[in-house]
Design a protein around this ligand. Structure first.
Ligand code: LHQ
Length: 261
């Protein structure tokens, strides 16, 4: 698939996806939803990719659904079907993807754009980024997974406040609330994200993926189920070359060379 609404590159184990409709703050039209879903799928299948960075071109990360494009589709369009066939596939693709995803949040993440940002495993925000559940401004409820992610990340009261006020939550507040992992000066976002991506791509990526599975599935389990699932996944990690290499490196007092196998 050739892409027109996103940029994609792979370098030294790190794939970078850039949402690229800057004139609309990277609002999602149907094509961008489809292309972003497709590129995550192919990055997931590409053995040369060990970590994925998702960011936006220009001054926004994503302003969510392209409202003009949506309105052009007429009055009888089903929003439920639009979500099921579009954003739900994208969000599920990201959460089940067997590679760590870093969201480099370079500007505002609003509406469905906020949902996509929350589906990343780690968020590094520039100091001029913000998060906004824009939905209630247009008489909608939060969607694209935001009702699921946000209360878990920042608690019900803050999530509900974001939903009903639709106020922007600036990066510093997002950090205080646990919505992002780091806030960095805007000019340093690419460099600091690259260092994080390098660290993850050089790490025991099989163990990272199994951790992603354990934590995501763990939300919906009781403690006994979660313990059992951990034991199952640890059995897999314990049979990996990375586990053998990690132990050998420790005993030989050298840096480990992980391969993700
Ligand atoms: C946009 C957009 C945009 C089109 C900025 N669309 N052009 C799912 C299913 C079905 C239906 C509905 O929705 C959903 C999920 C959702 O995502 S609902 C939420 C949709 N998003 C919004 O409601 C946010 C709309 N945008 C805004 O409120 C502002 O643009 C924000 C607060 C994001 C940024 O404000 P500013 O920094 O002041 O920028 P701006 O408003 O001047 O935007 C820059 C340009 O981008 C502007 O175009 P122009 O031609 O005037 O320069 C905007 O019209 C355009 N733009 N967001 N979502």
């Amino acid at each position: 698939m050739t892409y027109e609404t996103i940029l994609y590159s792979v370098s030294d184990g790190v794939a970078t996806i850039t949402l690229n409709r800057p004139a609309k703050l990277n609002a999602f039209d149907d094509q961008m939803i489809a292309e972003t879903t497709d590129v995550f799928k192919s990055a997931g299948r590409d053995g040369a990719v060990r970590c994925i960075v998702l960011t936006g071109a220009g001054r926004g990360f994503s302003s969510g659904q392209d409202l003009g494009a949506f309105q052009e589709r007429g009055e009888n369009i089903s929003i439920g079907e639009h979500l099921r066939h579009g954003y739900h596939r994208l969000i599920r693709q990201m959460v089940t993807l067997e590679k760590p995803i870093i969201g480099a949040i370079n500007g505002i993440a609003a509406g469905a754009g906020c949902g996509v940002a929350l589906a990343a495993d780690i968020r590094i925000a520039s100091d001029n980024a913000s998060f906004m559940l824009a939905f209630s401004r247009i008489g909608l409820i939060p969607d694209s997974g935001t009702n699921w992610f946000l209360p878990r990340l920042i608690g019900y009261a803050r999530a509900f406040e974001m939903a009903v006020t639709a106020d922007r939550v600036p990066a510093a507040q997002a950090l205080e609330w646990g919505l992002v992992n780091r806030v960095v000066p805007a000019a340093q976002l690419p460099e600091i994200t690259a260092a994080w991506a390098r660290r993850l791509a050089d790490g025991p990526t099989l163990a990272f993926v199994l951790t992603k599975r354990a934590m995501n599935r763990g939300w919906d389990m009781d403690l006994s189920e979660a313990l059992e699932y951990e034991a199952y996944l640890q059995e897999v990690a314990g049979r990996s070359a990375d586990n053998r290499e990690g132990i050998a490196a420790f005993l030989e007092k050298r840096d480990a060379r992980f391969t993700g196998a």
